[in-house]
Design a protein. Structure first.
Length: 145
């Protein structure tokens, strides 16, 4: 199945954030972007969305982490880098991309976690994001149920 440019942008953002998350003191954005440019299919990604997500998550990571922490069953430093990155991307989009339906945001995070994460990591990500969406997009969530 051919991936959409938006899906590819989210996957690249996930890969960039993964690198940032595992770096001892966080990799610099320029290095992250240089590494991403070397990846296959980089040119097929929605570049605008990639920049928005990557820069947005790095800029807002402290507040995004505060948003997700109440819904975690373990400390942030015990999350896998894939789960953490997927949660941060989705939290950013739930807060800042109101044009993207919350179900799409959650689905994208779940699909990326299925592809790149541990076997059942997607279930954890889905549960956290369901609760976060109910808080951040209460009107939309109530209207969709």
């Amino acid at each position: 199945m051919k991936k959409s440019a938006r899906r590819r942008a989210r996957e690249l953002a996930l890969q960039g954030l993964y690198g940032w998350f595992i770096a001892p003191s966080g990799a610099e954005i320029g290095l992250i972007e240089a590494n991403l440019r070397e990846l296959e299919d980089y040119d097929l990604a929605d570049q605008s969305l990639l920049q928005k997500i990557l820069h947005g998550v790095l800029r807002e990571h402290a507040s995004l982490q505060t948003e997700i922490e109440p819904y975690l069953d373990r400390p942030v430093n015990e999350l896998s880098p894939v789960e953490y990155s997927a949660l941060m991307i989705a939290a950013f989009e739930l807060k800042n991309s109101l044009d993207v339906p919350y179900r799409v945001v959650i689905n994208e995070a779940v699909e990326m976690t299925k592809e790149f994460g541990a076997t059942d990591g997607f279930k954890f990500v889905n549960g956290v994001l369901d609760k976060l969406a109910a808080e951040l997009r209460a009107v939309e969530v109530k209207g969709g149920r």
